[in-house]
Design a protein around this ligand. Structure first.
Ligand code: ZN
Length: 339
């Protein structure tokens, strides 16, 4: 028994005025054939050595027991259910509507009614997969107010983008764990914030920046900085492909938050990317020497078209002496055609 507070008042057990304690007690009950231990709260009369369960305590103790049962059965507790709903900023009523459940279902689950396993799984999935919530939300369109729909959509979409970006970052970093070798990464660990800033910096200053050219300009910037300072900028690792240097995982990199492009169609069925600056993005991580390298690469190659920059790259020793499809080592930096 643990005392949590004490108050001079009329004791409803012995009907005299004295210090009445509020205490916590570990209780054990059988609920749905399970033995459940939980912390219950009572008033305690030390004169009569008796407990009193006041009306609000009956509710709280019942909830404590249900939550202990939920924990034992590995179900979400009432608080966890509230938190999931609040992450999406959704009202109880709308949440039930979106999930296609009975009107009061969520309200009951956030209180005394223990949810079944299937509903519990749905709630967990909503918590971990905002895209799935977005689908459910779309299905509920028209059944909730437009204003509420817009608000929920915005919040869920924001959560989705964050999750997706984190997934991309993890996937790229996992791949790069194998490349932590100076001649591969130019002596720096991959910094994706810098990669995103470099792409934005180039996209802001180079007109019509397509994918092939962007990849070459990133390589030239990293390589030039390495030549000058003995370290690369981004930590990207480049492979010698037929069109020149291409960073490992470049298809994931262009999907990162903060990388913006328009999709353009050339000729028949050729889809290209034209990069553009993300208006909200500030350059925060690039240092002056890194910006200088980028500026010099822009000055040299900013006006080149794709064929010209590919040809330029093909004539670099770093490219000529690297086996096709192999990683381009930074060891040829001193022979780079620009200083
Ligand atoms: Zn008493």
């Amino acid at each position: 028994m643990k005392k949590i507070k004490s108050e001079e008042k009329l004791c409803l057990i012995c009907m005299t005025e004295h210090e009445v304690d509020t205490v916590e007690v570990i209780e054990t009950e059988i609920y749905k054939d399970e033995e459940i231990s939980f912390v219950a709260t009572y008033e305690y009369c030390s004169l009569a050595d008796e407990f009193l369960e006041k009306e609000e305590m009956i509710k709280l103790n019942d909830l404590a027991m249900k939550d202990a049962y939920r924990r034992k059965m590995d179900l979400l507790t009432s608080d966890e259910i509230v938190k999931i709903r609040e992450k999406y900023g959704v009202s109880q009523k709308d949440f039930s509507e979106i999930l296609g459940w009975g009107k009061a279902t969520i309200t009951r689950y956030e209180n005394h009614q223990v949810q079944d396993r299937a509903h519990d799984d749905v709630l967990r999935k909503i918590d971990s997969a905002p895209n799935w919530f977005l689908e459910m939300l779309n299905r509920a369109r028209g059944r909730i107010s437009d204003k509420a729909f817009d608000k929920y959509y915005r919040i869920a979409n924001e959560r989705y983008k964050k999750k997706r970006n984190q997934y991309l970052i993890d996937a790229i970093q996992a791949k790069y764990a194998d490349f932590d070798i100076e001649s591969f990464n130019g002596g720096v660990k991959l910094n994706l914030n810098k990669v995103v800033e470099m792409i934005n910096y180039l996209a802001a200053k180079v007109e019509s920046l397509h994918k092939v050219k962007l990849m070459k300009m990133l390589w030239y910037s990293d390589y030039l900085h390495y030549k000058r300072n003995g370290v690369s900028i981004s930590g990207l690792v480049y492979r010698a492909l037929p069109m020149g240097a291409v960073p490992e995982e470049c298809n994931l990199i262009v999907e990162l938050d903060g990388v913006e492009f328009d999709t353009v169609i050339y000729g028949e069925d050729m889809v290209g990317y034209r990069f553009k600056p993300d208006t909200g993005l500030e350059i925060k991580e690039l240092t002056q020497s890194e910006i200088d390298a980028l500026d010099d690469v822009i000055e040299q190659f900013g006006d080149f078209n794709t064929e010209q920059i590919v040809e330029k790259m093909h004539n670099e020793d770093a490219y000529k002496y690297t086996g096709s499809n192999c990683i381009i080592p930074f060891t040829f930096a001193e022979n780079l055609s620009i200083d």
